[in-house]
Design a protein around this ligand. Structure first.
Ligand code: FES
Length: 288
């Protein structure tokens, strides 16, 4: 019983599918059911319902295309490859960018190299750290006298003072050869005095040491260290006398090598025996 029902249902399903397929064919012609119902009163349009189906129209169009296909024209034969002439071609864009990139990198690297060389190149300029030609000894001694015993040279950060000829013998037993060159110039070369070039930096903690006109000493305002006119320590917390530069006197011309600093003499050195010639500018350790 149930088998019969299944067979009936299958037959009905096949009938429904066939009917639906026919309806799709008719609607594929472009007209809906409603449109065809509306067209019925018009005799001119009645045939449209019985006209070819969509598939028939497509098949006819395909056949017409096949018949109307243009004859096949053989293509031109391939030309053999010819490498472009570089002269006629000139510089390509790729070449241009490559060369520009390499050129710019080369330019940048050479600039950097030139800057490094310029930085490392020894500077033959004057100024602190170099040999400074101060001038003629006679004129320098006269200038020291005019300036009350002290001549300041800012380009060398130094004081130049006279070293008395009468103290040279004592100095020879105290100072090294490099220090003695200027101190003994008066005796050795016939000047009124020798000279000494003192570094302005206090050996205690580095303050700039000014001169004191009244005492004729150097007196440091920071912590009160005191030095006589040739930089020998006379008081205060400094660990030694003022540092000095190597000097040379050639043909009567004084040159100071500010690149060669010689440590000041030890505490207790007093070759000139100069006492304060007036009131001190700073009392000992007065800067504290
Ligand atoms: S820095 Fe000159 S006494 Fe201290």
């Amino acid at each position: 019983m149930s088998i019969i029902a299944i067979i009936i249902l299958a037959v009905l399903a096949v009938a429904v599918l066939v009917g639906a397929s026919k309806r799709r064919d008719r609607s594929a012609a472009g007209l809906s059911k409603e449109a065809r119902r509306n067209d019925k009163p018009n005799p001119a349009l009645v045939d449209a319902d019985t006209g070819p189906t969509g598939r028939e129209v497509e098949a006819a169009a395909a056949a017409a295309r096949n018949e109307a296909d243009a004859p096949i024209v053989p293509s031109a034969p391939d030309e053999p490859f010819m490498a472009p002439d570089p002269v006629a071609l000139g510089v390509t864009r790729r070449q241009f960018f490559n060369r520009s990139l390499v050129g710019m990198m080369g330019f940048g690297l050479s600039g950097f190299g030139a800057a490094c060389i310029a930085f490392l190149w020894p500077q033959g300029v004057s100024g602190f750290g170099s040999k400074i030609k101060v001038g003629n000894m006679v004129e320098i001694l006269a200038e020291i006298k005019v300036n009350n015993g002290f001549l300041y040279k800012p380009e060398g950060r130094m004081w130049i003072t006279a070293y008395p000829n009468g103290a040279v013998e004592k100095a020879r037993n105290t100072y090294s050869a490099v220090e003695l060159t200027g101190m003994t110039a008066g005796v050795d070369q016939g000047f009124d005095a020798g000279v000494i070039a003192l570094y302005q930096k206090c050996p205690h903690l580095g303050c700039r040491v000014p001169n004191c006109v009244s005492s004729q000493w150097f007196e440091c305002p920071c912590h009160g260290s005191q030095y006589n006119q040739v930089g020998e320590k006379r008081g205060g917390p400094a660990p030694r006398g003022m540092d000095r530069f190597a000097v040379s006197v050639d043909g009567g011309v004084l040159t100071v090598d500010t690149g060669t600093i010689v440590q000041g003499p030890p505490i207790g050195t007093n070759t000139t025996g100069q006492e304060a010639e007036g009131p001190n500018c700073i009392s000992e350790a007065g800067g504290h």
